[in-house]
Ligand binder design. Sequence first.
Ligand code: 13P
Length: 252
Amino acid sequence: MTRKRLIAGNWKMHGSFAESRQLVAALRDGVGAEDRALMLLCPPYVYLNAVRDWLQGSNIALGAQDLSDRSGTGAFTGEVSGAMLRDLGCTHVIVGHSERRALYDESDAVVASKFKAAQQAGLIPVLCVGETLEQREAGHTQATVQRQVAAVIDAAGVAAFGKAVIAYEPVWAIGTGRTATPEQAEEVHALIRAMIAERDATIASGLPILYGGSVKGANARSLFAMKDIDGGLVGGASLVATEFLEIFRAGI
Ligand code: 13P
């Protein structure tokens, strides 16, 4: 099955209103109607509404970086629900980014709840998984990623992966300039796909699995050439229009 590539930009907590507007304008100019790949922007919550407006009429999709694990409405100060994100035109939402897991103590159970909350709201969750350097050096890469994926399969069921994306982001490669080699990444991507295929081969073959961790214009093409790498979740390089467009073009 040919899977459409997804080239997603995670802006994290970067940029001002003015910088966001400039970045979106430059990206719009560089993205036409592509069959092979979709560009997705995930700005901070507070800029979602503006970015939605700036993207009107373009082929670029909008997503958020996180969401509440609670559905509906309620007394949850500071939280943003999936329904609110949908309301603003988001199609995707990142869940379980390693920064949320490490800095905000998000457990596998919380990540699974967020994954389910996203789907209940009609959003496509981009589930992030990946090992730390310590885990890799101890030979625990496979076990770590399998545990993270299994927690969501157990909670949401394998069928839920028919409307989801997984992003493999080795923590040691995030923001470090130390990209996983295409072979290192492919090994884990293939493992993830095999885990899903054990339960449902059709869902596994349609599931987009992105790589994230120091993706740049210069290394994107060799990563995307691997059989099970279906695009990228890009941090730093997604804040520079020329660089992000180069990555996008590597995907088409
Ligand atoms: P960098 O591309 O800056 O390494 O960040 C990757 C990432 O965490 C995307 O979610």
